[in-house]
Design a protein around this ligand. Structure first.
Ligand code: IPM
Ligand code: MG
Length: 357
């Protein structure tokens, strides 16, 4: 099993290193991975002049799965488009057609008190947000900053074809069927035609899933419902931009964005696995970052990309164990717990893993 490891910028490399450490620890259980480290993002730009060098593209094409850290940095924000670190990630998503982005929002019981929400609102929350990842305003044409009548105009295009909608909504229905049988589709059909089509196509796809209870919410109401009573949701499916915003909101229900893993899959099941958090340059290299989102992303990779569900379960159990033992990075720290750095957290997960049956 070949894994392309793309640590990237900021805290990306240090959290990814913990996930790699946990994956290597599976060797004692007979699982061996060939891990190929590649440059991406700002660090790739600094060394090669491009955030997504050909060698990296080549390696990700050959790999069975991609483990990604984070990209970005203030110093790159004024580079021309195409050379910014974020463009590398967006290109990867588009080139590999990773349209189905799974963002599980799970509040570990031990962390309910670390959330800014009341514990009873978020305790034992388990919802899955599925975000479309290769279309919408992110990729629609025309786009750009142009000059019209002597003044600048910024342009982006919200655009969805019916098949782009159908395939991601289908992923939502399949996921709901395998869980608690409830799917909420989030759109803005009252205002936007692209979203009106989203709702029409969703209703059409629903005919194949009579066993799934489908509901619809406008995105503004969904943002409110997520904060008011998040446990009403099982699976949410939504477009690229709305999913970006709602997943950051939802991360706060779990205590920290440092807890949120994700997977992004194409129709062939090839995937990129990454924490939802960004590169956090302010804490990079200080052994402060929470590596659990990256470690949990590795678990998703084992389950969805590499056909190793038992190993995935083991990693998730090890993470629970470490949290139950009271170990906390700064972002999820609570009085009475033990403070751990990035490395120590990774080591603790490895130790917990070793102790599991
Ligand atoms: C995310 C991120 C990305 C996005 C950025 C880094 C381009 O915010 O994965 O949620 O907007 O999709
Ligand atoms: Mg985001």
């Amino acid at each position: 099993m070949k894994i392309a490891v793309l640590g990237g910028d900021g805290i990306g490399p240090e959290v990814t290193a913990q996930a790699v450490k946990v994956l290597r620890a599976l060797a004692t259980r007979g699982l061996h991975f060939e891990m190929v480290e590649c440059l991406i993002g700002g660090v790739a730009y600094d060394r090669t002049g491009h955030p997504l060098p050909p060698a990296t593209l080549d390696a990700v094409q050959r790999a069975d799965a991609i483990l990604f850290g984070a990209e970005g940095g203030f110093q790159y924000e004024t580079l021309p488009r195409g050379l910014r670190p974020g463009d590398a990630l967006l290109t990867l998503r588009k080139d590999l057609d990773l349209f189905a982005n799974y963002r599980p929002i799970v509040t570990f019981r031990e962390l309910a008190g670390a959330s800014s929400f009341r514990p009873e609102i978020v305790e034992d929350l388990d919802l899955l947000l599925i975000r479309e990842l290769t279309s919408d305003l992110y990729f629609g044409e025309p786009r750009g900053i142009v000059v019209e009548n002597g003044r600048r105009v910024g342009i982006n295009t919200m655009r969805y074809t019916e098949d782009e909608i159908a395939r991601v909504v289908r992923v939502g229905f399949e996921a709901a069927r395998a869980r608690r049988g409830k799917l909420c589709s989030v759109d803005k059909a009252n205002v936007l035609e692209s979203m009106e089509l989203w709702r029409i196509v969703t209703e059409e796809v629903a005919r194949d899933y009579p066993d799934v209870a489908l509901s619809h919410l406008y995105v503004d109401a969904a943002a409110m419902a997520l904060a008011r009573d998040p446990k009403q949701f099982d699976v949410i499916v939504t477009g690229n931009l709305f999913g970006d915003i709602l997943s950051d909101e939802a991360s706060m229900l779990t205590g920290s964005i440092g807890m949120l893993p994700s997977s992004s899959l194409n129709a062939q099941g090839k995937g990129l696995y990454e924490p939802v958090h960004g590169c956090a340059p302010d804490i990079a290299g200080k052994d402060l970052a929470n590596p659990l989102a990256s470690i949990l992303s590795a678990a998703m990779m084992l389950r969805q990309g590499l056909g190793q569900p038992q190993a995935a379960n083991l990693i998730e159990r090890a993470v629970r164990r470490v949290l139950a033992d009271g170990l906390r990075t700064a972002d999820i720290f609570q009085p009475g717990c033990t403070r751990a750095g990035t490395e120590a957290m990774g080591d603790a997960v490895v130790a917990a893993l070793a102790a599991l049956e």
